[in-house]
Design a protein around this ligand. Sequence first.
Ligand SMILES: C[S@@+](CC[C@H](N)C(=O)[O-])C[C@H]1O[C@@H](n2cnc3c(N)ncnc32)[C@H](O)[C@@H]1O
Length: 384
Amino acid sequence: MAPRKSNSNNNNRHNSSNNNSVNQEPQQTLTDDMSVDYNKEELTENTIESYNNNLSINDKTSADYYFDSYSHFGIHEEMLKDRVRTKTYQNVMHKNNFLFKNKVVLDVGAGTGILSLFCAKAGVKHVYAVECSQMADMAKEIVEANGFSDVITVLKGKVEEITLPVTQVDIIVSEWMGYFLLFENMLDTVLYARDKWLVSDGLVLPDTASLYLTAIEDSEYKENKIEFWNNVYGFDMSCIKKQSMTEPLVDTVDQNQIVTNCQLLKTMDISKMASGEASFTAPFKLIAERDDYIHALVAYFDVSFTKCHKLMGFSTGPRSRATHWKQTVLYLEEVLTICEGDALVGSMSVTYNKKNPRDVDITLSYILNGRRCQVSGTQHYKMR
Ligand SMILES: C[S@@+](CC[C@H](N)C(=O)[O-])C[C@H]1O[C@@H](n2cnc3c(N)ncnc32)[C@H](O)[C@@H]1O
């Protein structure tokens, strides 16, 4: 699996007002030893996956987890402790029993089985909980320990490869969202399951996801992260600076840093969209709300469960309670001097990487024709 939670470009900035200790990222680092081993054997991701699947949890070393991070409980602990995320799913299921009563549910990427357990408590007829990592073994134990073995069937394997004991399901539940919404590309797995098993009037939960963009002042952190490479103990390492500019930073942003309005880039209807629609180009117009400098654009997403009795969902934006997704910061090469009322216009293109469709390529084009600054640029970023 491409590990959502081990993106090497995650950081915890010190000026965050969204301090939430449960949202600290466990950093997974590739040691020298590990990189030597994998380079020598020239393992592909598939051979590593099959190797991992043949290992028991107790046989695994940190090298195995590097490529199969969802088998380790730490990632699941982090997700479960993200209360914004997990409580929202729980509330959706427990406050909307009318949606779930006697329904057959497919849990796509069940992890510990938490969403299946919520569904079981909500009175469903049966849940098929599909999980491809070793965590499926734990999910089976958890289901048994909680007395739900007659309602929840855990299936270990990839959604794209397993055989379901039923031909149709009424509801698909999944927590598939990655950093920048699309990193990791689990959405395609949900769409695959929807097209294969969901009844024609069935539900996909959540059913909408939207991506937003805003602009921030971030001189201190840009200096620390990017300009740092200009002079490292007196040496010019600016070749690394170019590379670091292309990697969006997953980090929490203080809402006081926001300089412009927030612009909706794209809304996806998970119940109807085609897989290709996750790649898009969207225009934006960000109007400055005060005189300031802009160092970066910031992307974040929200998800909604529109079929609930009352609209439910959560946002990962800088003005909302922090989640483990934080926000995604895209630094600009130029520092923009912007006056209140000036418009920063442009477009953002988002595509899955051709070599590794779990990665995301982003192209940002912008023009500022402001009172004190006229500048335009195009920058390419890679979520890896
Ligand atoms: C973001 S986690 C969510 C886990 C759990 N549903 C929860 O909410 O805590 C996504 C899970 O989907 C699993 N997964 C990803 N792609 C999958 C696939 N194609 N087939 C089966 N499981 C998959 C991962 O191993 C991971 O455990």
